[in-house]
Design a binder for this molecule. Structure first.
Ligand code: FAD
Length: 458
């Protein structure tokens, strides 16, 4: 007999869960209060990457002469850049809507809230209400920007990532609080389009969760490109002064036309009526067990609202597993070896342990490094900045982590994730014949270097 499944939230956690539940013969209803596709499609992964692509094209066009190409770049049309971004988002949203139809998933536009453990009330924008009591519920309500308690911040008109994506005009200068992935990607976009960008980061280095040697190399490249960094400083006050925003860090001060706050995101569970249920939250996150069940057996939780790894591919992987479990699989979710990616220039991607993590766990490891300037393909592409690192366990040769600061790093990291997930050794990479000339060869060269067998470095 087909089971009724209701999914709350249409982001990459929720819509993927909906499709998998439908594939498993569930009778599926998806409830979304804004726009299907969630943060990722509408105001996250996709619009940022579309703007970054425009920034890259602009930069490459300016470099054409290096390649012997006569081209005159006279500037850019910001409105057209924005229009293209909206077109790409629109097309993908339509695509997901189509997938809902072909999978016979009913989509309800409205806000869902629990009346009790069994019942969800859905209120449409027009105020119409319906109650649903499905056999299974999957919560995928996502996250929202975290706003730090900085004195004066609530009195100024600052940008969050969503607002920063759809600015009609560009400011002359921009301060970004936060040197994490979102702050770094916006710095690239705005710097490329002529905005004077300064990033303020509390930690001593940007991207604290990533390999810190490579993060430092990326920061050096960004500094060369004109982006300013103020590291190891905590912003204590924000003030509006005439047309400018002023940030204080103790005695030091910074001013700019606009401010972007990008210090991370927190689970979004507001208005969901959890207080009417036995569903528990812990430190603001939806509490789930290893099978992604909440503290109420027939209710599951996936994606950012569980506050684990706030990435789209992690949300989707959880969505697939939760749907399978809701329909009887009862299998644990395994999020091991989830890659982290930064769409910088060059791209930065990592999976598994960083050197700092391996060291702090007392693991004895070898690290193989390969500089991009030794890659033929990178030279042909004029993309020689960066380095690749492979960490292996000293005794066993087991792969521990791979960190790439190079062209197409975000595409290349999949190979490393697969070997790590299989519990493989460095030989899995070294014995695999990689195509030449490609950037993918650098992963193998660094893996060979970890065994002191690199071919193309002394
Ligand atoms: P969401 O995508 O946030 O979807 C949740 C949905 O639930 C929303 O549509 C919301 O309207 C709906 N909802 C909430 N409450 C209710 C309710 N009560 N009733 C009905 N509907 C409700 N991740 C990556 O992996 N790669 C990237 O490159 C990347 N770039 C990013 C860039 C930016 C600027 C941002 C902000 C995020 C980025 N992320 C990226 C993170 C990624 O967007 C999230 O991890 C992902 O969207 C989480 O998916 P989700 O399904 O858990 O939640």
């Amino acid at each position: 007999m087909e089971k009724t499944v209701v999914i709350v939230g249409g982001g990459p956690g929720g819509y993927v869960a909906a499709i998998r539940a439908a594939q498993l013969s569930g009778k599926v209803t998806l409830i979304e209060k804004k726009q299907i596709g969630g943060t990722c499609l509408n105001v996250g992964c996709i619009p940022t990457k579309t703007l970054l692509q425009a920034a890259e094209i602009y930069e490459q066009a300016k470099q054409a002469k290096k390649f012997g190409i006569e081209a005159t770049v006279t500037g850019f049309d910001w409105a057209a850049v924005q229009k293209r971004k909206d077109r790409v988002v629109g097309q993908l949203v339509k695509g997901v809507q189509g997938l809902m139809k072909t999978n016979q998933i009913e989509v309800l536009q409205g806000t869902a809230a629990f009346l009790d453990d069994q019942t969800l009330e859905v209120v449409s924008a027009e105020g119409e209400k319906i109650n649903l009591s499905p056999e299974r519920i999957i919560l995928a309500t996502g996250s929202q920007p975290f706003i730090p308690p900085i004195d004066g911040l609530n009195k100024v008109d600052y940008l969050n990532s969503s607002k920063a994506l759809s600015l009609e005009t560009l400011p002359a200068s921009l301060l970004i609080i936060g040197g994490g992935v979102i702050g770094i990607e916006f710095a690239f976009i705005f710097n490329q389009f002529g905005v004077a960008v300064t990033i303020v980061e509390e930690q001593a280095e940007i991207l604290p969760a990533m390999d810190q040697e490579l993060a430092g190399q990326l920061r050096k490249k960004m500094t060369k490109a004109g982006i300013n960094f103020v590291l190891g400083r905590r912003v204590t006050q924000v003030q509006k002064q005439k047309d400018e925003i002023q940030l204080s860090m103790g005695e030091e001060m910074l001013v700019a036309e606009q401010l972007l706050v990008a210090v991370g995101r927190r689970s979004y569970l507001e208005g969901l009526g959890l207080e009417n249920t036995r569903i528990q939250i812990e430190k603001g996150r939806l509490l789930v067990n290893d099978q992604l069940q909440t503290t109420v057996d027939h209710v599951y939780g996936v994606g950012d609202c569980t506050g684990q790894i706030l990435l789209a591919h992690y949300a989707s992987a959880q969505g697939e597993r939760a749907a399978e479990n809701a329909l009887g699989a009862n299998q644990a979710f395994n999020g091991y070896a989830t890659p982290g990616c930064v769409y910088s220039d060059p791209e930065f991607a990592g999976v598994g342990l960083t050197e700092q993590e391996a060291a702090s766990r007392g693991i004895h490891y070898h690290v193989g490094k390969f500089p991009m300037k030794a890659s033929g393909k990178a030279l042909a592409m004029d993309r020689t900045y960066g380095m690749v690192k492979v960490l292996i366990e000293q005794k066993t040769d087991k792969l521990l982590g791979v960190h790439l600061l190079c062209e197409r790093a975000t595409d290349l990291i999949g190979e490393a994730a697969m070997v790590l997930r299989q519990g493989g050794t460095v030989e899995e990479i070294n014995e695999t014949i990689h195509p030449h000339p490609t950037v993918s060869e650098v992963v193998r060269e660094a893996a060979l270097a970890a065994k002191k067998q690199a071919i193309h470095i002394p």
